[in-house]
Design a protein around this ligand. Structure first.
Ligand SMILES: C[S@@+](CC[C@H](N)C(=O)[O-])C[C@H]1O[C@@H](n2cnc3c(N)ncnc32)[C@H](O)[C@@H]1O
Length: 270
């Protein structure tokens, strides 16, 4: 297997200079692709730069979690793989105390600028620093992240360590099969540098071959790790840890065929 060490310092993440995780070429490429995306393509519909998103994200969160505004006020939240901070923003708006975590500098800088109320921790979720390892959060929110790692099940297990007995865990994960066209395009784009991928996507949009926002297209086509997790498998991870499994497709994304799942510990197993 082609593997390389993740030098967080080289990715300019700064905070964990002694961290040397062994990462595959595809994992590094995926992390760098996100780093590029949040630095260069951070303005788009459904992101923090979108006024409609900012006006409604609090309601989207309440819908996804199935909780009330009164219940959520004052809760502690960790937004794992926070990206540009669109969810962090929403939780702050709802009166939560939010810790936003991401592996690279691009997203962390965006959050610092856009949501200064949040605590920002730049780290790999597979290697949580001491300041997080012993902390528990009322809500562990991980939206669109674990399917982009080499080991989604291990990522899931890491999230459990951030939960107390009463916490909610919320995940959005890829599940439906994107099909051969998308997978071939991803593979072809992977042969090019990350900068070139943006130019190629822009060209394909100009030629009418691709449709949609450059951010969304880049997000779904440039990243090289995109696991599709069957619902039976995801459900078995929840059951393994005695978590309830509540699947609810939110209104704001009602045509999605992926999984939006909330879980909570349901007691000690005999
Ligand atoms: C598809 S984006 C989702 C961002 C955000 N949750 C949202 O919904 O807008 C995935 C994010 O996960 C982060 N990520 C990927 N692997 C990670 C890891 N091992 N540790 C921490 N963050 C990671 C990426 O940097 C990226 O910002």
């Amino acid at each position: 297997m082609c593997s390389e060490k993740l030098d967080l310092a080289r990715l300019n993440t700064g905070c964990r200079k002694n961290s040397w995780l062994v990462k595959t070429k595809d994992e590094l490429d995926t992390i760098r692709s996100f780093e590029y995306q949040w630095k260069n393509l951070a303005d788009s519909k459904y992101l923090i730069s979108d006024e409609t998103w900012r006006n409604n994200v609090d309601n989207y969160i309440l819908d996804e979690l199935g909780v009330t505004r009164d219940w959520i006020r004052g809760k502690t939240v960790i937004d794992v793989g926070c990206g540009g901070g669109r969810w962090t923003y929403g939780f702050v708006k709802l009166g939560c105390q939010v810790t936003a975590l991401d592996v690279s500098e691009g997203p962390c800088n965006l959050i610092r600028k856009n949501v200064p109320q949040a605590e920002v921790v730049m780290t790999d979720l597979f290697e949580l620093p001491k300041i997080l390892r012993n902390r528990k959060f009322d809500i562990v929110w991980c939206w669109g992240v674990i399917h982009h790692t080499n080991n989604p099940h291990k990522a899931f297990d890491t999230l459990l360590g951030l939960m107390s007995e009463d916490s909610l865990l919320h995940l959005y994960v890829y599940s439906f099969n994107r099909g051969i066209r998308v997978k071939t395009l991803r593979w072809i784009l992977g042969l090019f540098s990350i900068n070139d991928r943006e130019s190629i996507i822009r060209l394909l949009v100009r030629l009418g071959i691709l449709h949609g926002s450059i951010h969304e297209l880049f997000d779904s086509l440039s990243t090289q790790i995109n696991h599709e997790i069957p619902e039976t498998e995801l459900r078995s991870w929840f059951e393994e840890h005695n978590l309830s499994y509540m699947h609810h497709t939110p209104q704001w994304s009602k045509t999605s065929r992926d999984l939006f799942v909330t879980g909570k510990k349901i007691g000690i197993k005999n």
